[in-house]
Design a protein around this ligand. Structure first.
Ligand SMILES: Cc1ncc(COP(=O)(O)O)c(C=O)c1O
Length: 394
């Protein structure tokens, strides 16, 4: 080959030892040795890699690892994972894959804001409507499904963001199966370390892997986990056609983060419980909302289906919005950033940030009061956190 060709061609490494760490396949396509091989792979893309929007070894390995974690210790043997470009794209891809014009979603009113906006304002443009009920009330769920055969999916979060309401996974899946309706759960808050919805009969799980699975706040990605080859093809096709595929770099970062997932979730939970107990006894605090406290309104459901109580907590400082903001500006340990699930503590004031544009009455009806502060408790030394919060509360 001449100089110009040498510049263009990819170098080949003749050594064969396998890399110890998952490689990042930074390639948009995969090449065939013969025309015949190319034809075979085009006929059945599950046989090999073809084009990176369809599949990529880095992304597929990480998706498969998350699927194994979600299926761990359950009866599910045919779990699969499809990684996507974000948590939101995992949700929208799943909805596009499973629902068609005229179908309806049954859901709760206190989902993550982006999900609420998607199913309330965006999906109806494509003929997919949502019916809201309180999913903690089984009678309401049965009544809605009985009344409306167009409902084809129950979609929910447990615990919810940020009110931390818990929904009984087994109860919902049992009712949904009776009406032949599929179920999908956003397990971002828990991760499979804390809660595995498949063990309770749920059909699909989604994650914003941006959060705890990555754990270090350095990537945006999502994943859909499901069961059975037919469902995999349906979801994979939607991902491929909508173009909501993950990129190899963010999948790789997720994999690196997941190596410490079990350790991190334990420390997040321990720190959050210690901080919640400290806050509960503080005279400047109106109320603390943490799943690990016996005072939590859904403590019993959480104990039934969660292995640990997680790193998310909310509390209300006395003095409404003014009191909340004063505390936020005074504390030093929590980074004021609109995300969660990172190794460091993150703090947010929903009334003036994430829910600023939500009608006050609606916000309050979902437990997001004026002075409420949401903390994603990190894995720092708990004494530093408690001392800092104590000083900022004054
Ligand atoms: C519970 C939950 N689900 C989904 C999402 C959306 O994830 P992403 O930002 O990765 O699209 C978020 C984002 O904060 C979330 O908190």
């Amino acid at each position: 080959m001449r100089l110009n060709s040498l510049c263009v061609k990819d170098p080949k490494d003749p050594r064969t030892t396998a890399p110890h760490q998952l490689p990042i396949y930074a390639t948009s396509s995969f090449q065939f040795d013969t025309v015949e091989e190319g034809m075979e792979i085009f006929k059945d893309p599950s046989k090999a890699h073809l084009y990176a929007r369809f599949s990529n070894p880095t992304i597929d390995a990480v998706a498969d690892k998350i699927a194994q974690l979600e299926a761990y210790n359950t009866d599910v043997e045919d779990a699969w994972g499809v990684m996507t470009s974000s948590g939101m794209s995992a949700i929208s891809t799943l909805l596009f894959a499973c629902l068609k014009k005229g179908d309806k979603i049954l859901s709760q009113g206190n989902l993550y804001g982006g999900t609420t906006e998607l199913i309330k304002n965006f999906m109806p443009q494509y003929g997919i409507e949502v019916v809201w009920v309180d999913l903690r009330e089984e009678d309401q769920v049965i009544e809605a499904l009985e009344k409306d055969p167009k409902i084809k999916m129950v979609y929910f979060e447990t615990p919810s963001n940020p009110a931390l309401d818990c929904i009984d996974l087994s109860a919902i899946s049992t009712i949904a199966k009776r009406y032949k309706v599929s179920t999908a759960v956003d397990n971002t808050f828990c991760t499979p370390v804390i809660q595995r919805p498949f063990g309770h009969g749920i059909d699909y799980v989604i994650h914003s892997t941006t959060k705890y699975l990555n754990g270090h706040g350095n990537g945006i990605s999502g994943v859909i986990i499901g069961q059975g080859e037919e469902n995999r093809k349906k979801v994979w096709s939607a991902m491929k056609l909508v173009g909501s595929n993950c990129n190899a770099w963010d999948a790789w970062l997720t994999n690196t983060g997941m190596k410490t997932l079990n350790l991190r979730m334990q420390r997040h939970s321990e720190n959050a419980l210690a901080l919640a107990q400290f806050l509960e006894g503080h005279n400047r605090i109106e109320k603390v909302n943490y799943i690990g406290l016996k005072s939590h309104h859904d403590y019993d459901i959480a104990q039934k289906q969660m292995n640990l109580t997680g790193g998310m907590l909310c509390f209300e400082v006395k003095g409404g919005v003014k009191g909340g903001l004063k505390f936020m500006d005074g504390q030093r340990m929590g980074s004021m950033a609109p995300t969660m699930g990172d190794v460091d503590t993150l703090i947010m004031h929903p009334a003036s940030m994430s829910h600023l544009n939500v009608d006050r009455e609606i916000r309050i009806s979902h437990g997001i009061t004026d002075g409420l502060i949401r903390v994603s408790v990190g894995i720092e030394d708990i004494n530093d956190l408690i001392e800092d919060f104590d000083r900022a509360l004054g």
